[in-house]
Design a protein. Structure first.
Length: 279
């Protein structure tokens, strides 16, 4: 039986069976208030792998930097409406905001710098934590998975994402400083669970940017001590191929399907299906 980098034994995760129907979607928030830990990269590549396994996937770009939008080849400054419009203009159908990418089964709800104003505007909105949930409710039946790529903050946008989500995946870079903020994120998740969304789950912790160094191995061990079996068996290596895929505006699972990192993201995706997190 194979073992992971922590020495845990696990069954190899099989390629998922095709689905005989689609929807309603499982909503996953990709969340960590520290920047640069691989949230957007993981959102795009898990979505890419799921789409290749025949799942219909929507990425909601919930970061004003719009990295997920650009990373899937959409020019957010050239589209008329973005996720910002969906939040504040109820007369606009969310279906009209969704953009189809060049990849089968993979769509994106784009974001651009306009979204940076949302944090202030949400303060005065009625039911401000529930607005994204009400938008996604209209889209759930068309997709199998909706991934919300959160911005690196614990503000109202992230609270909206946690309120709308069924569960959270926390990407954590294999470096000491990346560990420090996770406790704050867990406090925010617990507050949302207790006050707004009691069904919210922590689906798992995904270790990213791993290299075979003593430092990374120590950090991996500390992450395991904190989260135990919530840590995915699959670990994502640091790779120069990921920026290449970003420049090509494609998931690495499509851009370089034989590359080690592409295999790792497919392994994560199979683990998500095997654990029943996604269909």
């Amino acid at each position: 039986m194979p073992t992971d980098l922590l020495g845990r034994e696990y069954e190899t995760f099989p390629a998922p069976e095709p689905l005989d129907h689609h929807g309603p979607a499982r909503v996953i928030a990709m969340c960590n208030q520290k920047g640069g830990v691989g949230k957007t990269t993981s959102s795009i590549n898990i979505a890419g792998a799921l789409s290749q396994y025949g799942r219909r996937v929507l990425i909601v770009d919930f970061d004003p930097q719009g990295a997920a939008t650009v990373g899937l080849g959409i020019n957010a400054n050239a589209v008329e409406n973005t996720v910002y419009t969906a939040l504040f203009d109820p007369s606009v159908d969310p279906h009209d905001i969704v953009q189809h990418t060049a990849f089968a089964n993979l769509d994106v709800m784009p974001a651009n710098i306009d979204l940076s104003a949302a944090e202030v505007q949400l303060v005065t909105e009625v039911g401000r934590e529930q607005i994204l949930a009400s938008v996604l409710r209209k889209l759930k039946n068309e997709y199998d998975v909706i991934i919300v790529d959160c911005q690196p903050s614990l503000g109202l946008l992230t609270v909206n994402a946690l309120t709308a989500a069924d569960g959270v995946i926390i990407p954590v870079a294999a470096e000491f400083f990346a560990l420090r903020g996770v406790a704050l994120l867990m406090q925010s998740i617990e507050k949302v669970q207790s006050r707004i969304n009691p069904n919210l789950q922590v689906y798992g912790v995904l270790v990213t940017m791993f290299t075979r160094t003593l430092h990374c191995e120590e950090v991996l061990q500390r992450i395991y001590e904190a989260f135990q079996d919530k840590v995915f068996h699959s670990v994502i290596s640091r790779s120069i191929k990921l920026p290449d895929a970003t420049v090509a505006a494609a998931p690495i699972t499509i851009f370089a399907p034989g590359h080690k990192t592409a295999k790792e993201y497919r392994e994560v995706t199979r683990e998500l299906v095997a654990r029943g997190i996604v269909a």
